[in-house]
Ligand binder design. Structure first.
Ligand code: FPP
Length: 243
């Protein structure tokens, strides 16, 4: 059966959801943050081992100062409210992105969450903050070049070797990429890691993305014939046992 070890989500539509409910955009981000907890728990219960969420891209700095400032404060709200529960569930937190450019207090909260959960072995909840995939690949290439220059690496690096320079080093490739809110774009997200991922675009906004919608996405994923560039043959056997 198609196992879904690693799911990644582009959490889109917070602003539209807020507008539709007569609320400010920030209310959409707050509802979105609470939904991260709901979906992380659901993903864990559905057998997903790695959940990677796009919280703030390198392009999101273009938003208003107020909106960026609000999103930067969300991790403090989020981990104060939910960290104990995550620890109890065995979740391990990972941050993906250039954290150095974040406000110092935001960075501190994120790094504390990583540190506090580092001995856990359950769901890997990966939050992408100030992340852009092209930049990630560029930084990886620079580090590899420096290793070659310093005699720590040779020119025979293969794909697997290169992955160790990415911010997702040690994680399996993405099996399923979901984008909420109807847009059908990748938006500079995990370009290397989604090479063979199945893509799903759902109409629900992120605050409306319930565990039921996640299950629907997984059912669709399980039904697909993943060939990884091979020949169409047997339909994958097995069923969505976790559903
Ligand atoms: C995209 O919707 C959403 C974002 C850019 C922010 C996502 C952030 C969260 C869901 C909260 C993050 C939580 C933690 C714990 C860090 P949009 O604002 O672009 O929506 P729109 O396209 O409808 O305007």
């Amino acid at each position: 059966m198609n196992e879904c070890r690693h799911a990644a989500i582009i959490m889109d539509g917070n602003g539209r959801w807020a507008k539709a409910h007569g609320k400010p955009r920030t209310a959409g981000h707050l509802a979105g943050a609470d939904n991260v907890r709901t979906i992380a728990i659901a993903a864990d219960q559905l057998g997903i081992r790695y959940l990677t969420l796009y919280a703030f891209s390198t392009e999101n700095w273009r938003r208003s100062k107020e909106e960026v400032g609000y999103i930067m404060k969300l991790p403090a709200y989020f981990f104060k409210k939910y960290m104990q529960e995550f620890l109890d569930r065995g979740f391990q937190m990972h941050m993906i992105g250039e954290l150095d450019a974040l406000p110092a207090d935001t960075r501190r909260v994120l790094l504390d969450a990583v540190e506090e959960s580092k001995n856990n072995t359950g769901l890997s909840l990966n939050i992408c903050m100030n992340y852009g995939s092209q930049r990630e690949i560029l930084l990886a290439a620079r580090r590899y070049a420096a290793d070659v220059r310093d005699g720590k690496a040779d020119l025979n690096l293969d794909e697997h070797g290169f992955e160790q320079y990415l911010m997702t080093a040690g994680m399996p490739p993405v099996d399923l990429l979901i984008r909420t809110s109807g847009e059908q774009r990748i938006s500079n997200y995990l370009l290397w890691q989604i090479a063979y991922a199945e893509l799903e675009f759902v109409p629900e906004s992120w605050p409306e993305f319930t565990p039921e919608v996640l299950k629907r996405c997984l059912q669709e994923y399980y039904a697909r014939d993943r060939r990884f560039g091979g020949v169409a043959g047997e339909k994958p056997v097995g069923s969505a046992a976790n559903l």
